[in-house]
Each structure stands twice: as structure tokens, then as C-alpha cells.
Design a protein. Structure first.
Length: 62
């Protein structure tokens, strides 16, 4: 009778640890995806800025 609740507690503790680690990993993954998105957006803005400057300079030279 006593061994069954202890086993259930250990299983629940293991599930809790796995869930906590999984939540941390999901949080890290979301953070890295957001960071990659921010970097891509910044790179795209820089590309548009430089492309716009090149076309402006190209038109002004002609």
C-alpha cells in the first residue's frame, strides 16, 4: 500500500522535471528564433537602405 503512492510521487516528480526542462528548452528556442528574426529584419533593413542609396547615387551620377 505504501509503495504505490511513492512510485506515483516519483513519476509525478519526473514528469514535472521533464516538463520544466521542456519549457526551458521551448523558451530558449523561441528566444533564438526571435533573435534570428530580429537579425534577419535588421539585415533586410540595411539591405534596403544600401540598395536605396545605390539607386539614389546611381541616378544622381547620371
Amino acid at each position: 500500500m505504501l509503495s504505490q503512492p511513492v512510485e506515483i510521487d516519483l513519476i509525478m516528480l519526473l514528469l514535472f522535471i521533464l516538463e520544466y526542462v521542456g519549457v526551458l528548452r521551448v523558451g530558449e528556442a523561441l528566444r533564438s528564433v526571435r533573435l534570428m528574426f530580429d537579425l534577419t529584419l535588421k539585415a533586410f533593413k540595411h539591405f534596403l537602405y544600401y540598395a536605396g542609396n545605390l539607386t539614389v547615387y546611381g541616378r544622381s551620377r547620371e
